[in-house]
Design a protein around this ligand. Structure first.
Ligand code: ZN
Length: 160
């Protein structure tokens, strides 16, 4: 996509309230979608056709879940976290190695698989099994994780 091409967003009222509460700017939502549609990393949910893309301009990672509807991009949700993430020791073994077939990596066109990922915030590292692309190692952070456990851990570390 041409960087100058206008990109039309449709953000339903409830989603707009939610992203305001989460202190996410519409501008960041727009930039995230623009980057994803311009060839950046994104995941596609094969069950409902929605895309999910990470956008990390500075120290915060924004995730935007959206789908295309006509000439607009409908925003379903957006959330953020400050923890950094890295894939660690490859695929998890044994019973944990279930593939998360609902999500595929758009660039590689392969389903995500659970991998051991290290989340890092300040001086702390948290190993977790998360869905990630087995080829390019892109990691998917779900809304549930970002607004739940990760937010709690970030808060706890800042309060120290
Ligand atoms: Zn990939």
């Amino acid at each position: 996509m041409d960087a100058q091409e206008p990109l039309l967003l449709h953000i339903p009222e409830d989603v707009e309230r939610l992203i305001e509460e989460r202190l996410i700017l519409k501008d960041d939502v727009l930039k995230a979608i623009r980057k994803a549609e311009g060839g950046g990393a994104k995941f596609v949910n094969t069950a409902n056709g929605r895309s999910l893309t990470p956008y990390r301009p500075k120290t915060v990672t924004y995730w935007v879940e959206y789908s295309r509807s006509g000439d607009r991009y409908l925003v379903h949700s957006a959330y953020s976290h400050r923890m950094g993430m890295k894939t660690g020791g490859g695929l998890t073994d044994g019973a944990n190695s279930v593939s998360d077939a609902q999500w595929i990596c758009h660039a590689c066109q392969v389903p995500l698989e659970f991998q051991t990922v290290r989340l890092q915030y300040m001086q702390c590292i948290f190993p977790l099994d998360l869905p990630a692309c087995p080829r390019c190692k892109s990691i998917l952070i779900s809304e549930e994780l970002a607004t739940g456990k990760m937010a709690e851990a970030e808060q706890a570390l800042e309060d120290k």
